[in-house]
Design a protein around this ligand. Structure first.
Ligand SMILES: [Zn+2]
Length: 344
């Protein structure tokens, strides 16, 4: 059987940028103020339980996974009883919609389509909550405060993607279902965030690599914020659970934020691989100035990016955002992080 490899892309971004497709308005209508309880992974069983030997077992709900299910409060819902809220509406291409009764979704587990639906809702909403906790939408301008669509496609390949023309995310299956790993969901939301900031972002190789890198960074920082940073496996490991299906090395990681790739000699012309150059710089910025300042300046900088920005231009924008928000010492730390990668 062929090895399945998780691939994420931004569908047709270049042609859409040319077509000039209008984006939905970035506003959060008022009525989305209801909550309901639901069952999720926080953020995935490998990271939560620290067990690298867990395997997919064909989507089975087996005993070792039992402690990885957690009851949480889903927020920003519209009160319809469906997974429809201020920042996301969930559609399943392959299963019945999850419905809540009396403010409570049933305790779906991973062997049902509805579990992935609840995961998609919860983690997109959590990622937006993280951005708002940084000040985006209050002290800073809003970022991606629009309702996107998350589609669960259980019959698709192991392949998730963001479609800028429809502002939606599709989460596929193949090995561990993509929506069973919060870091895959938030990675995809990272593409949505950048598209919300700069329509059609990612039309060149380097801007595409920045897109993949930011998705990986956001995945790690949002899940650490919401579920606590893991000590084992390493925090810098992305998609610890999704990747058990297609990696042999332990810890299982789709990619890492703490690699040693250097520009330009490690560029291979593939956006995910080259993104590890950029994501290591983001990781070093976070280490230097802390999570809140790092994520704030990284996201704020992205408003200035051209859709086809280069590593160098985007790095200079990020240094400028650091200086504007936090002064010279933060700007120096950011400069050093990009110098260490060969970008500045
Ligand atoms: Zn991606």
């Amino acid at each position: 059987m062929a090895t399945r490899v998780f691939v994420c892309g931004v569908a047709a971004a270049a042609s859409l940028a040319v077509a000039g497709v209008a984006l939905p308005a970035q506003s959060a209508p008022a009525p989305f103020n209801r909550t309901a309880s639901g069952t999720v992974f926080l953020p995935n069983p490998v990271q939560d339980l620290g067990i690298e030997t867990l395997t997919d077992q064909k989507d089975a709900d087996y005993a070792a996974l039992a402690p990885a299910y957690h009851r949480v409060t889903l927020t920003d819902l519209d009160g319809s009883g469906t997974l429809t809220g201020a920042y996301v509406r969930v559609k399943s291409s392959t299963g019945k919609p999850a419905v809540s009764v009396g403010g409570s979704f049933p305790a779906f587990h991973r062997d049902t389509d509805q579990f992935e639906q609840v995961m998609g809702y919860h983690w997109v909403t959590t990622a937006q909550a993280y951005l708002q906790h940084l000040g985006f939408g209050s002290t800073l301008r809003p970022v991606n405060q629009r309702q996107i669509e998350v589609r669960i496609n259980q019959f698709g390949g192991d392949n998730s993607f963001f479609r800028p023309d429809k502002a939606n995310i599709t989460l596929g299956k193949g090995g561990v279902d993509d929506a069973e790993d919060a870091e895959v969901i938030v990675h995809e939301y990272g593409h949505s965030v950048q598209d919300g900031q700069v329509g059609g972002f990612g039309t060149s190789l380097e801007s595409g690599a920045i897109g993949e890198a930011f998705g990986d960074y956001l995945a790690v920082v949002v899940t650490s914020w919401a579920a606590g940073a893991p000590t084992d496996p390493p925090e810098a490991c992305v998609a610890d659970w999704d990747s058990v299906s297609y990696t042999r090395l332990v810890p299982h990681c789709l990619r890492r934020l703490d690699g040693v790739k250097h520009y330009p000699e490690d560029v291979i012309g593939e956006v995910h691989a080259d993104g590890e150059i950029w994501s290591r710089a983001l990781w070093d910025i976070r280490t230097a100035v802390g999570d809140t300042k790092a994520s704030t300046l990284i996201v704020e900088a992205q408003f200035a990016f051209a859709p086809d920005t280069s590593f160098r231009a985007a790095a200079l924008d990020t240094v400028a955002a650091a200086r504007r928000l936090y002064g010279a010492s933060a700007a120096n730390a950011v400069t050093k992080a990009f110098q260490a990668r060969g970008i500045l």
